[in-house]
Unconditional design. Structure first.
Length: 171
């Protein structure tokens, strides 16, 4: 069974098999987690993202999907890029957000990863309310069978850490 752990810190400093990136559909870089991963991971990651776009993701990666690249200079073997949905007040996109975690776990399994670090996908620039983002993240990882020994949520801000703690306590 996958153990869910919580850490307050920077996802780019995690020594794990796979680091999950809160990417955008273009896969060509952005702010937040994405910016930090490309800054710290070096140009090799972006080069692989460009190659993926050219080969099979001409229109980019859809929200809820996930794809892997090298982790470049990061202390991990792979980066799994997933695209969270932008939060909407008029449309329920929580199935897409849950899919980010399920698909990332599926890709992690394919790679043979045993440890993975996840950010709070969609809870930054994409505007998802933190409590709800945490609940969806924790419930989905808890409910999805995978070969991971550890699924580590890495939270940057204190309020994110508290939200994830509450979500784990509610399982
Ligand atoms: P999205 O575009 O999917 O909303 P963001 O990268 O903007 O993704 O933010 C997702 C969450 O990750 C936010 O809670 C943000 O504070 C947090 N975050 C930003 N940088 C890092 C980092 N280096 N490590 C871990 N979490 C981070």
């Amino acid at each position: 069974m996958t153990r869910i752990t919580l850490v307050r810190g920077d996802i780019t400093e995690q020594h794990v098999d796979a680091i999950v990136n809160a990417a955008n559909s273009s896969l060509l870089g952005g702010g937040g987690v994405d910016g930090a991963i490309h800054r710290r991971g070096g140009p090799e990651i972006l080069a692989e993202c460009r190659a993926l776009r050219a080969a099979k993701l001409g229109r980019g990666l859809r929200p809820g999907a996930a794809v892997a690249t090298t982790a470049g200079l990061l202390p991990a073997r792979w980066v799994i890029h997933t695209v969270g949905p932008v939060y909407s007040h008029t449309e329920d996109r929580s199935a897409q957000l849950a899919s980010c975690y399920r698909e990332s776990l599926r890709v992690a399994d394919e790679l043979g990863a045993t440890t993975a670090a996840f950010p709070a996908v969609s809870a930054g620039v994409y505007g998802w309310p933190m409590e709800d983002a945490a609940r969806i993240a924790v419930e989905t990882v808890h409910a999805t069978p995978s070969g991971l020994e550890e699924a580590r949520f890495v939270l940057f801000e204190a309020r994110a850490y508290i939200a994830f703690e509450n979500a784990v306590a509610a399982l």
